[in-house]
Ligand binder design. Structure first.
Ligand SMILES: *Cc1c(COP(=O)(O)O)cnc(C)c1O
Ligand code: SF4
Length: 348
């Protein structure tokens, strides 16, 4: 994303489908470095006509394309309306600048007491464990995030850790990003070990899309540090459509659960992708089959370049009301919006 990795550009390398990590031909790092990062390669690979190219190039200038093969394989070729494709293919609409759509919709820049640390919610803090993501979602509210070149180094983490040690009202550390699991396991194991030693911390939460994008990310190195922390563990995945959950994702979820994590999911309500009752109901059902509980359904944050994904509030509320008739209460996500300055999500 912000770190331009076009240097690695390697197109169309197809990795054999494998559902168990550690015995595969490609590590998750290799799969990530081989992700498609080029508009023409993406269109060609999915059989899209040249009419999609100008939009793809224009959007790519604003926010790089990044789609690993493991995700790409779940996209139906020759179908410009595929709900997974629409999450990753830039289109001309991204260049629109309607009023009210800004570059820092959550005003996060103003809540950073230490490098890599955001403290805007009571009792919990966000640690930016990695600036990178394994996929670039076109509606991302961080598409303009001013990630400084790198993740904090160990020395720089010390300031954030000192802050955590000093405030005993903080019970939960949330690893965020980018995608925190884009960091390597040596760094993550070190960071979690530091968190372990903060007596008032109870929970470790990880907000990640990586187990969905590259299920092989949930490998033995990750499971090792995750299993070994004294903290209670919650992994919040990010899945918007039932087609994202293939067998490899189901298996990755099972491994996370076995390591002792509670699995939740957050989705974004996206026009033309999941803004209908049958898709949302199927998503909740499919999540539960994978051992994951629906948690939040976010309305799109007003970020510049993503206005075309917006679903009006009245429509969103009507959808959720209809959804109530199709699902048990425990499979109902909470419809929320992030309002700058508030100390929690705002229900709609
Ligand atoms: C909302 C949010 C949180 C805090 O979430 P709660 O579940 O309401 O505690 C943390 N991280 C991210 C990225 C969020 O969007
Ligand atoms: S994985 Fe999350 S943070 Fe990364 S681009 Fe997608 S929505 Fe944004």
């Amino acid at each position: 994303m912000i770190t331009r990795r076009r240097a690695f550009l390697q197109e169309n390398i197809i990795i054999a489908g494998q559902h168990t990590p550690d015995q595969t031909t490609a590590s998750w790092q290799q799969q990530l470095s081989q992700a498609i990062r080029d508009p023409a390669a993406l269109c060609q690979r999915l059989g899209l006509s040249n009419q999609w190219l100008p939009g793809a190039f224009a959007g790519h200038q604003l926010f790089d394309i990044c789609v690993p093969d493991a995700y790409l394989r779940r996209i139906k070729p020759n179908d410009p309306s595929d709900p997974l494709l629409r999450q990753v293919l830039p289109v001309e609409d991204e260049t629109l600048t309607p009023p009210g759509y800004v570059t820092d919709p959550l005003e996060e820049a103003s809540h950073q007491p230490a490098k890599g640390l955001i403290h805007k919610y009571a009792n919990r803090v966000l640690l930016i464990a990695s600036p990178a993501c394994a996929i670039n979602c076109r509606y991302c509210f961080r598409r303009h995030f001013p990630y400084s070149e790198n993740t904090p180094s160990r020395v720089q983490w010390q300031e954030a850790l000192d802050y955590l040690h000093a405030d005993n009202t903080i019970h939960e550390a949330i690893l965020s990003g980018g995608d925190p699991l884009a960091a390597n396991d040596r760094q993550l194991a070190w960071l979690v070990k530091q968190l372990d030693s903060i007596p008032h911390l109870k929970r470790l939460r990880i907000h990640t899309r990586l187990p969905v994008v590259i299920p092989d990310r949930v490998d033995s190195a990750l499971l090792h540090w995750l299993s070994n922390t004294r903290l209670q563990k919650v992994v919040v995945l990010h899945i918007n459509h039932p087609n994202e959950i293939d067998q490899a994702v189901v298996d990755a979820c099972a491994r996370l659960k076995q390591a002792g994590a509670t699995l939740l999911n957050q989705s974004v309500l996206l026009q033309g992708i999941n803004d209908n009752v049958s898709t949302l109901a199927a998503l909740s059902e499919r999540l539960f089959e994978a051992g994951v509980l629906p948690y939040y359904l976010h309305v799109v944050d007003p970020v510049q370049g993503a206005a075309h994904f917006d679903v009006p509030d009245e429509e969103a509320k009507a959808l959720v009301n209809q959804l109530l008739e199709h699902l048990p209460g425990f499979l109902m996500p909470r419809l929320v919006r992030e309002v700058p300055g508030r100390t929690s999500k705002t229900p709609l």
